[in-house]
Design a protein around this ligand. Structure first.
Ligand SMILES: [Zn+2]
Length: 145
């Protein structure tokens, strides 16, 4: 049963802001991106942890995790590990397309993963590698990588 109050509650986080420079400072780090992104999501539940590929200058993907605001803006407290000091990367940023997540651009992320030789079962993905049709579903039995 659809209720407008549920919709408003569900979308309320859309209107929440970004961490300020002083709020994000304790989280800035040059490693442990998954841990940092999880910690940020605990502190700011509307900033969901995303994981996937950070596309390097040469086109190769780096295994990476970051946070995503509901408006699509990326919060990356560990961007320094890729030589960037910006922690807020909005859609206008020339860095934005470097972030390819399993959660939001799965097929593109799978293609980048294949290129790097990754066939790890990823969250929320059930299927075959679109490049080589290897089974990379999250429900497959382990040990067949
Ligand atoms: Zn593949």
């Amino acid at each position: 049963m659809f209720a407008i109050s549920d919709l408003i509650a569900e979308r309320a986080d859309f209107f929440q802001g970004y961490p300020t420079e002083s709020e994000i400072k304790p989280y800035l780090n040059d490693q442990e991106c998954f841990f940092v992104a999880d910690s940020i999501e605990m502190q700011w539940p509307h900033l969901k942890r995303n994981s996937g590929c950070y596309v390097m200058d040469d086109g190769s993907p780096g295994d990476h995790a970051w946070n995503r605001h509901p408006d699509g803006t990326i919060i990356d407290a560990t961007a320094i590990q890729f030589g960037s000091s910006d922690y807020i990367i909005d859609r206008q940023s020339d860095q934005y397309d470097r972030y390819v997540s399993w959660q939001h651009e799965n097929i593109k992320a799978q293609a980048l993963g294949h290129k790097a030789g990754w066939h790890d079962p990823q969250e929320d993905y059930d299927g075959l590698c679109p490049q080589c049709t290897e089974d990379i579903s999250s429900t497959r039995s382990l040990g067949t990588n």
